[in-house]
Design a protein around this ligand. Structure first.
Ligand code: HEC
Ligand code: HEC
Ligand code: HEC
Length: 407
């Protein structure tokens, strides 16, 4: 998924010869905000034709064709069929859909917005393409069992604005929860793949590409106001990260390339600001009580840090505008699952393949290398245990097996 990039969204996909109506344009914006293409566009010559492989511990699910092709896409779908898919996770023949399609978030969309999305998709160029069959182990291959899953974990709903909050906060909540489906990746999931509601937005683990061919765990960050989450970020920094792909706290890389390049950077600055306002209001929570680091690891880690990392992230961990980002209070460094932290050290940050914004090009940071060949699993574990437990940082230690798993 990391490689799917933006060009399809800049309008090139539109097929209709007529002037787009306001409705269709609104639909286009919503499709961008929900990043439908991030999961439904496998290659730029077949926009929205599906076939993207979504991996999880249960196996691989392929996204379907949502172009208006009558045979292989949604050409014969009525507005009602479409609404039922987004609101209830039910396909055209009445079959239950896998929640890898985040209808758990899209169910919150308004009727007007679902209609606009439907109308926009109907203007696309029809592409004849059928996705490969899913590759799921038993019993997950049994679609009918999703009925039970839904009884346990899913209720169709609508977004309900909070009267106690500002219009901007409510707009942000709608963008984050109904459209952006941030919690699909940023919430931990239980053994049946349902988001753990009590730990919503505190960080989860997903499987995505590392480099071009290998699939690995990536951990998402805690997005709440916890010190291991986004406490150290200002609203403006978060807005800038989502809208420009760069900020004084962090730059976009890895799995978030897909989100920022295809979706959030195309939103209005006001919408990116609203998302940041809403996210920064999330009460601090963390589902992790990591054990204490050993003194040996801390000593060895401090030395390795000085040799390999300190020149850019500085001995204080505070970073600087000309060298590297701060690691003090870094949500990546302190995520409950260190998988993404390990990835960034093993292979270096995977930067987006084109610039997210003009501002991104102006940044003065030095390029961080890959360190996978320069240290053993045990050394990287000690180094990262140190990063997670110094300068006031507190997060569970990293062990050599966790590093080996990410190689
Ligand atoms: C996180 C990935 C992801 C995102 C984002 C996503 N989808 Fe999907 N979608 C899927 C997958 C996977 C399936 C197949 C589910 C299945 O086979 O049960 C699917 C299925 C569908 C279906 C059912 C099609 C059929 O033939 O049964 C529709 C309609 C659909 N998506 C529309 C959308 C729209 C519209 C958006 C944006 C608002 C969107 N999707 C965003 C992954 C995604
Ligand atoms: C497909 C999964 C996925 C989705 C969807 C997603 N994220 Fe992320 N996010 C990640 C992962 C994984 C990371 C860890 C770093 C990386 O690989 O980009 C992350 C990191 C972040 C960070 C921290 C960046 C840093 O360097 O400290 C922020 C902020 C963030 N995401 C915000 C969001 C918001 C807001 C949304 C919804 C619009 C969102 N994410 C949707 C997977 C996702
Ligand atoms: C040559 C300078 C340089 C060196 C050396 C370096 N880094 Fe980085 N690092 C960066 C830059 C710059 C970024 C921001 C991503 C980007 O834009 O490339 C970054 C990002 C990170 C991040 C993500 C932070 C966040 O919140 O998004 C972590 C974690 C990290 N580095 C850890 C390390 C560790 C551990 C070492 C030592 C093994 C190291 N870095 C060595 C420059 C460097």
């Amino acid at each position: 998924m990391v490689g799917v990039l933006a060009c399809v969204l800049s309008g090139g996909a539109s097929f209709s010869a007529e002037e787009p109506s306001a409705d269709v344009e609104a639909g286009h914006y919503l499709v961008v905000a929900a990043n439908c293409s991030g999961c439904h566009t496998q290659s730029v010559d077949k926009p929205f034709a599906g076939g993207v492989a979504l991996k999880s511990v249960f196996g691989t699910i392929y996204s379907t064709n949502i172009t208006p092709d009558p045979e292989t896409g949604i050409g014969r779908w009525t507005q009602e069929d479409f609404t039922r898919a987004l609101r209830e996770g039910i396909g055209r023949s009445g079959e239950h859909l896998y929640p890898a399609f985040p209808y758990t978030a899209f169910t919150l969309l308004s009727d007007t917005d679902i209609t606009a999305i439907y109308r926009y998709l109907k203007t696309l160029r029809p592409v004849r393409f059928t996705a490969p069959h899913n590759d799921l182990g038993f019993p997950y291959s049994q679609r009918a069992l999703l009925r039970i899953w839904k009884v346990l974990y899913f209720d169709p709903a609508r977004f309900v604005p909070s009267a106690a909050q500002s219009a901007e906060w409510n707009r942000g909540a709608y963008l984050v929860n109904a459209l952006g489906h941030c919690s699909a990746c940023h919430s931990p999931r239980n053994f049946l793949g349902a988001e753990k509601e009590e730990w919503a937005m505190t960080g989860g683990t997903i499987i995505d590409q590392v480099g071009h061919d290998r699939a690995r765990d990536w951990s998402s960050t805690n997005l709440t106001e916890h010190p291991n989450g986004l406490k150290s970020w200002s609203v403006e920094e978060l807005q800038s990260y989502l809208w420009l792909g760069t900020s004084l706290r962090a730059d976009v890389f890895g799995v978030m390339n897909n989100v920022v390049m295809n979706s959030t950077r195309h939103l209005t600055s006001a919408d990116a600001h609203a998302m940041a306002v809403y996210i920064k209001s999330l009460a601090p929570r963390e589902d992790d009580s990591g054990s204490s680091p050993s003194n040996d690891d801390m000593r060895q880690g401090a030395q390795l840090y000085e040799i390999h990392c300190g020149t850019c992230h500085l001995p204080t961990g505070l970073g600087s505008l000309s060298t590297g980002t701060p690691l003090v209070g870094s949500a990546i460094a302190l995520a409950p699952d260190p998988a993404s932290l390990i990835n960034i050290v093993l292979i270096g940050p995977q930067l987006p393949s084109s610039a997210p914004s003009k501002q991104w090009l102006d940044r003065k940071w030095q390029q961080m290398d890959a360190f996978g060949d320069r240290m053993s699993d045990q050394e990287i574990a000690a180094l990262l245990t140190y990063v997670r437990n110094t300068w006031g940082n507190h997060a569970g230690p990293v062990n050599a097996d966790q590093v080996l798993k990410q190689r």
